[in-house]
Design a protein around this ligand. Structure first.
Ligand SMILES: CCCC(=O)SCCNC(=O)CCNC(=O)[C@H](O)C(C)(C)COP(=O)(O)OP(=O)(O)OC[C@H]1O[C@@H](n2cnc3c(N)ncnc32)[C@H](O)[C@@H]1OP(=O)(O)O
Length: 254
């Protein structure tokens, strides 16, 4: 692997897009290597959460590599085929069965913002900024990020962000619910790892079950999604982590 660095820290897999000379823009090589890194994290039972970030402190991901793609993608069909590959990668992330956190270490632009929205959570450096700037370039999101954005912040806020191309500072993005936590730029990586580590520390069957339930619930009516919740909790009732938690609770009271 060259454009993606894969490391583990405790139970967290860190997947780092490593093109600082190009503001970590996504090129074909990143698109080829990202799925390998994701499958490595999926298949390693010791990995319980994933942190996707970029090298350095200037950019998370500056979007698609404008230089490569303008040289190589000429027709609408070329673009559709290429973006379909990236859309499938974002779908894999959005439906991952371990929590995926985007570590926004700097500028997040265009497709970089779409990638961030595919993750289940976003932790931002106080120096990060985020903009769906595609409209300023006369295009639209193409990797599925608009749909993901609307599900996170609601249709009206998504419409404004996508049509204005406004670049938000981290604190403003947090206010809109786009970012889950803003941390100091000086302690970004330890703080992002701690955020992911807190998710990794919870019992994996419960975490996986809740992730899957929340995803399925989006497609169901209220009664069906509430019923699904009862089923999930029932299936976890006799699990070892729940029994151990109850033992600890009862022992404290003796
Ligand atoms: C095509 C798919 C859909 C999309 O993603 S559309 C959105 C595309 N992205 C953008 O318009 C963002 C363009 N970049 C920027 O605004 C700024 O570079 C950014 C990310 C705020 C970072 O600013 P700075 O930290 O000041 O860095 P800088 O501007 O000096 O750039 C450093 C080197 O990175 C390069 N770079 C930045 N964004 C890139 C991109 N998307 N594709 C390819 N190369 C990109 C930039 O050209 C520069 O390299 P060089 O020094 O010119 O060799």
């Amino acid at each position: 692997m060259s454009e993606i660095v894969y490391e583990t820290s405790n139970q967290v897999a860190v997947i780092r897009i490593n093109r600082p000379e190009a503001s970590n823009a996504v090129n074909s090589q990143v698109m080829a290597e990202l799925p390998e890194a994701l499958e490595r994290a999926a298949n390693d039972a010791s990995v319980r959460a994933v942190l996707i970030t970029g090298t350095g402190d200037r950019s998370f991901v500056a979007g698609g590599d404008l230089k490569e793609f303008h040289d190589t993608l000429h027709s609408a069909e070329d673009v559709y085929k290429k973006w379909s590959v990236m859309r499938q990668i974002l779908y894999r992330i959005a439906t991952f069965n371990k929590p995926v956190v985007a570590g926004l270490n700097g500028a997040v632009r265009g497709g970089g913002a779409e990638l961030a929205m595919a993750c289940h959570f976003r932790v931002a450096s106080s120096k990060a900024s985020i903009g769906f700037v595609q409209v300023k370039l006369g295009i639209s999101p193409g990797w599925g990020g608009a749909a993901l954005l609307a599900r996170t912040v609601g249709m009206q806020r998504a419409r404004w962000l996508l049509l204005s191309g406004q670049v938000l500072e981290a604190a403003e993005a947090e206010g809109l619910g786009l970012v889950d936590r803003v941390v100091s730029s000086l302690t970004f990586m330890p703080d992002a790892l701690q955020f992911a580590g807190e998710l990794a520390a919870n019992p994996p069957d419960a975490v996986q079950g809740i992730l899957e339930m929340m995803r399925t619930a989006e497609k169901l009516d209220l009664a069906a999604s509430m019923e699904l919740e009862s089923r999930l909790c029932a299936s976890l009732w006799n699990s070892e982590p729940h029994q151990a938690a109850i033992d600890r609770f009862l022992k404290k009271r003796k």
